[in-house]
Design a protein around this ligand. Structure first.
Ligand code: NI
Length: 176
């Protein structure tokens, strides 16, 4: 297992559109394991391959309280959505920044696991938020894109300042 480097906003590589996974091989399972290790250590509750500069449709997450329910979703698709919810989101690629984002309240997801087994399930609450947030990463979208251009510019400046004073960065409570 290996910890991977996480790209940070405004790195242009975060804007890359991920390609579908076509081979469910040992390399894919290793990548998923490394991404989970990186996510837990960060610490965060979700991580998309885009964030570690791998442009394949793969994401990992664990929204459980005890951090013992890891999920790997390959080539995920939302096939139905219902209602809206607002959640204060963070992101490992936008450290220390949190903002309210409106997303679907309930979604139906079709995907595969790291072994290629088909998955089909309903998600709501934080799990639904997390899946929608990570799927945005796979199309090059960040949660700060939902903010006004002015607010996004403030985020960029705050991150620049944080990087200059690295020790003052706030830990991310629930970074996705
Ligand atoms: Ni994120």
């Amino acid at each position: 297992m290996a910890k991977l480097a996480i790209l940070e906003f405004p790195d242009p590589r975060l804007r890359t559109k991920a390609a579908p996974v076509t081979e469910f091989d040992a390399a894919l399972r290793q990548l998923a394991a490394d991404m989970l290790e990186t996510m837990y250590e960060a610490p965060g509750i979700g991580l998309a391959a885009t964030q570690v500069n791998v442009h394949r449709q793969l994401l990992v997450l664990d929204v459980s309280e005890d951090k013992d329910q890891p999920m790997t979703l390959v080539n995920p698709k939302v096939t139905a959505k219902e209602g809206t919810q607002v959640y204060q989101e963070g992101c490992l690629s936008v450290p220390g920044i949190f903002a309210d984002v409106e997303r679907a309240d309930r979604i139906h997801v079709e995907a595969h696991d790291a072994d290629g087994k088909p998955l089909s399930f309903d998600a709501d609450g934080l799990l639904a938020v997390c899946i929608q947030h990570e799927m945005d990463h796979l199309v090059g979208k960040l949660f700060v894109d939902y903010l006004s251009p002015l607010k996004r510019e403030l985020v960029r400046k705050k991150l620049e300042k944080q990087r200059r004073h690295a020790s003052t960065a706030e830990p991310a409570a629930a970074a996705l």
